[in-house]
Design a protein around this ligand. Structure first.
Ligand SMILES: [Zn+2]
Length: 322
């Protein structure tokens, strides 16, 4: 315990020294006239949105390595340097949705890096209220054992395309403030991407409207409060939260299996970052199909985009709604 404490204190002393050094060297540099805009984003959605807005006039770094989940993220000293070194804008979802940022936000603000909460103007969904309103009474949920891991809000705001558009506008505003001479270019890029997202929203709405049974099954981590709320989808799920791990009780899994059989639900979804072990097991048991419903916390920075992953969701949603 003492060792951990010493390591912890040393880490923070090191951190403060590094931040002080970077702040010291950066004080005279305000806007780098001919340099490109430099942005660091915590999660894939804001990474992708910023990249699309900036086009060739800037660079965006994603803080997470691909394939990493965010809920228990602890920044390393290297991450902190990435955030503050030569960065104009730090994009995150605010301290309520990304509590790990609370420890570092004050210090980032002391540098020339602008801290931008991209969740501004979005109505958050609290997990408790969502559960109270939406939990399927036929599923056996036990009390949450590990209260420490229970988050207050569902943080996956971007899974509602409407929220994605608000996030884009928040990012656009700050990029235009930083580099006003190119604001027409940024506004045009943002509009083009917002149009693509509106098309996705319309397609999902059409699929939902044309299906008679508007109910999906989730056999893994639950990141979809905003998604199901946006489209008035009913759902049956093994979990009601994201980051609960992969150990649901046997009675709970059994109740989900019974419900899928009873309602003839054709697909069991799971998040892309998980192996989908439980979903695949349920699919086998119910003779249905296990498919990914992308939660888009993270993505392949070379090949994926918010739009490309949402398009995959559209394809899989067509199979899961009847
Ligand atoms: Zn999640």
């Amino acid at each position: 315990m003492k060792k951990i404490l010493v390591a912890f204190i040393s880490f923070f002393i090191l951190l403060i020294i590094m931040i002080a050094l970077v702040a010291f060297f950066k004080t005279d540099v305000v806007v780098k006239e001919n340099d490109k805009v430099q942005i660091v984003a915590t999660l894939f959605p804001q990474y992708d949105f910023a990249k699309k807005i900036l086009g060739d006039k800037g660079n965006v770094k994603l803080l997470l390595n691909s394939g990493v989940e965010t809920h228990n993220f602890e920044p390393t000293a290297k991450d902190i340097i990435t955030i503050i070194d030569n960065t104009d804008i730090f994009l995150f979802n605010g301290t309520l949705l990304e509590p790990w940022t609370e420890k570092i936000i004050d210090n980032i603000e002391k540098t020339n890096c602008k801290v931008v909460d991209v969740s501004k103007n979005i109505d958050f969904i609290t997990i408790k209220e969502f559960e109270e309103k939406n939990i399927n009474p036929e599923i056996i949920y036990e009390e949450h054992e590990d209260e420490v891991n229970q988050q207050i809000y569902d943080e996956h705001i971007w899974l509602s395309p409407k929220n994605a558009i608000i996030m884009i506008d928040n990012i656009l505003e700050e990029i235009c403030n930083l580099d006003p001479k190119n604001s027409d270019y940024y506004i045009k890029n943002a509009q083009k991407y917002k149009d693509e997202i509106l098309k996705i929203d319309e397609q999902i709405r059409n699929i939902v409207n044309s299906s008679t049974q508007k109910e999906i099954a989730i056999g893994g981590e639950f990141a979809y409060s905003y998604f199901v709320s946006e489209y008035n989808l009913k759902f049956v799920s093994v979990y009601t939260n994201c980051g609960e791990g992969e150990n649901p009780s046997i009675p709970r899994v059994k109740s989900v299996i019974d419900y899928i059989n009873k309602k003839n639900i054709p697909v069991v979804y799971y998040e892309e970052l998980s192996e989908g072990t439980v979903a695949k097991m349920i699919a086998e048991e119910t003779e249905t199909e296990a498919l990914v419903l992308y939660s888009i916390h993270n993505g392949d920075t070379e090949n994926d985009s918010y739009v490309s992953l949402m398009n995959k969701n559209i394809e899989n949603l067509k199979k899961g709604l009847k």
